[in-house]
Design a protein. Sequence first.
Lengths: 328, 544, 233
Amino acid sequence: MFDNFPLWPARASAGAANVDALFIFLLALSAFMCLAIFAMILIFATIYRRRRGVEAEQIEGSPELEITWSIIPMGIFLAIFAWGAVIYFHERTPPRGASEVYVVAKQWMWKLEHQEGQREINELHVPVGRDVKLIMTSQDVVHSFYVPAFRIKQDVLPGRYTTAWFRATKPGVYHLFCSQYCGTMHSGMIGQVVVMEPAQYEAWLSGGGTSGSLAASGDTLFQQLGCSTCHRSDSQGRGPNLVGIFGKPVQLEDGRTLTVDENYLRTCILSPSKNVPSGFKPIMPVFQGLVSEEQITALVAYIKSLTPSPAGGQASVSLAPKPQYPKE
Amino acid sequence: MATLAVTAERENYLNKEYGIRSWLLTTDHKRIALLYLASITFFFFIGGFFALLIRLELLTPAGDLVQADTYNKLFSMHGQVMIFFFLIPSIPAVLGNFLVPLMIGAKDLAFPRINLLSWYLYIIAGVIYLHCIVTGGVDTGWTFYTPFSTAFSNTRVIEAGIAIFIAGFSSILTGLNFVVTIHRMRAPGMTWSRLPLFIWAHYATSIIQLLGTPVLAITLLLVVFERAFNLGIFDPTRGGDPLLFQHLFWFYSHPAVYIMILPAMAVESEVVACFTRKRIFGYNFVAMSSIAIAVFGFLVWAHHMFVAGISLYSALIFSILSYLVAVPSAIKVFNWTATMYKGSISFTTPMLYAFGFIGLFTMGGLTGLFLACLGIDVHVHDTYFVIAHFHYIMVGGAVMGYLGGLHFWWPKISGRMYPEGWGRLAALLVFAGFNLTFFPQFILGYMGMPRRYWQYPPEFQVLNVLSTAGSTILAVGYVLPMVYFLWSMRYGKIASDNPWGAAGLEWQTPSPPPTFNFDETPEVTWEAYNYEEIPAPAEVNVER
Amino acid sequence: MSDSPIAIEQHGPEHLHHFADAEQQRDAASLGMWLFLATEIMFFGGMFLAYLVYRSWYYNEFAAGSRSLDIYLGTINTAVLICSSLTVALGVRAAQMGNRKLLVILLLLTIVFGFAFLGIKGVEWYQKYEEHHIPGRTFNADDLVRDYPQIHIDQRPEQIYFSLYFAMTGLHALHMIIGVGIFVLLTFHAWKGRYTPKYYTPIEIGGLYWHFVDIVWIYLFPLLYLIDRKPLR
């Protein structure tokens, strides 16, 4: 029982130190506040304990004191907020060029797929020093991807993609927990993140049996499911040309402008009537129920691969073909 | 003063009528308070029993006491029972019901029959929930997150949802009664600025009960509809949004925590004033801070959802607002502490609970600052850090406030004194047991132990063992008052009208009070907490 | 405001003893009912929020579902409820004037209107049942898909529209039923002569409740029935 008795989690990501620094500051602040208040109470309780003949002094209050001890805490709180907000902003903004890992959560396991095609269950191998972005969805209920050593956590939702990212800094094996209650074996939906030296990681990559990259399998699916019939790269199809669209804004029929990201593509595949680009008719068939989560991630990876990255410029790409149908 | 003629017991609300009908059909707010006292104590022990089983299971890393499904039901029902059937009613339904009319000089609440209806709704809800427990229980967590609760759980979700729905109406009606009573039934001269801070805090609580609980009601009803009638409002396979449920749920459930803490703050003000023999420092600020907490409390709900998938900008807004709501609570703590300055302090049992309250609430509140901080929350959300935080506030704060209040007003309620020595012992046991139980959980949380885990990695065991050890001490601390309160009703020293020498209209009636509270409607010409005019009692227990 | 009168107790037969006087009792009852209506607003508000979110996400499905509702029956029901609020308001006035007979007639009329509303709603629900628009296993919106060839109706969020339709109109109907029950009670007491110009508080606060249920419908009607009634292209 006493063999392994740490009191602080391992620190294995670039962001962990920042989180720890803020935490330690808050610890110190709280300890100071507690000690100050407890000391004051102790002192008052001693000096002003009830004694015969000594009456309490009725003091109404002091507006100056009230203002002071409202403003100063408020100032400190705002500082803490700002510091935490900066960390959070950083945590929620994956850097460009991060390598991507697709995660599908289901009761009660984690299925991960690297861009190169490696599949893992409940384990994630990553090299030290590389930005890794996780693109995650759930097959059933809400789960949450939590790696304490990296100080990252992100709920994984059915029907949507959510993302998280990290850069591992220390080789080792670290806990992966599901941290959103999801049923019977919620506490068994755990695994590990294996951080390796780059050379070891390459070795691991080539050792595994892969069936080609994610994007390649997406390409195959794209043909098999008939997507290429309408989404032609010569812009003559009934659907928008998908080359070069990822990451760009797109204007929709109803006037909204969205960015073509993983969630956008996923919605187009599963609920096409929600996202009809301007100039197109809402005739795309619904693929909900016809494609698995893994197939969706493959298709998304394929479509992403059609955009040279990192794409320069944010010019709005016109997806409208030469008019073939009268506009309403 | 004690002549043979006077030893015949004076007529009061307890002895006015005997028989079960006189209790079950009473409209006397004081009797209804006791009906609630009995019922919530029953549920407290049920919720506590579940907690004990949880802590026993967590003694070892492996899941070896109960099955995983059973464990999941244990923590779900522990939460639901403790929150909906103990904490939310506790102080308002027991102490509030008993004291609000007395403190403002009224004969009863505005709607005595609705008050009784409140209790019956609570009982009906409780019976339904008990049935839910014995027919399999519910395993959705107290939070009922969808789509697990709507489409995946195989347990009695509908029944639990209906029970809590009905309990919610009990809560709404209590709040309604208090607001109308405080507005319309104050005695002549009892202006708003002369009200005890207990009343201000209960007023704020009632506003939250009125406006927040209906949202929980409709949310649970929609979950029930989805399970019972297959209406697909939260079903992601039909386009439903799990986050919509979370927003609706937390819109009530965050203000709910203020329903649980404000009444304890109410008690704190009264006890601190009495046992420092002083007006509370900064009366206006303390009164207004209750209202501020009620208002701002409605603006922060999504701080439970920072990693749920809300937008970055939402998260920023809710984080800043969460810091705003911390300020009024801090103001209260500073004011109570300042009240002790140049006071005349005695260390009775209620005052011991009051000291404990300030300490533990301060710690719980400070850890709230950690959670409101976006960068930290990502790491500690859904871990034992959160569990420790809210138990510091709800148990270290609310329950200690409740126990302190029970002890303080026990002479008024029962006409008897509890045994002071045992009272102090129990207070110290609760304080010590509580800290040992929950402080290790802060560490567990930062280390990364998620909540709702039936089994856990071995490196978390030492701290879990400490926590379980603490919980046994805490349990003893809770059982003791039950025993000696019951004992005191028969054998306790008879209490005078005002054994503490406390300010407040409730102490100007006999202990226990007559059914209609005051023989004559009081006319108030003095400010609240007029301790300069009230002589301190020579000793604690004064015989009639 | 009767915050703190030293009142000579005027005991009407309905004066409850814990109140100082009849005015305090009346004020308390009125404040109580307004507060209760505030809770009802929050209660329905949760559903309106869900409606708001999903309508913005699935506008086409909501529009299609909306058009499948019978606008004639809906409009008639709206008129019925507005008339019933009129009879309620006139009833309060009759009570104020001490006109017992008129009061009873108006209360009975209100109940009749209430039943009419519920009956028509029942017919509408039955229509939905026949059209297979009840969410769940039997749901089938092929008819809507057919009627709207120019947009692709996704049948799954279409179920959300109808789920909200049934939840909202169902809870509204439940409140109507409770309202009718309250008014039956009021009618009985009115017939017994319990209400006088000095004491008609139950009529007033019962009326408040009825008006509230009416107003909820005034919101439900355009939100559910009138999303998009432009002629089909």
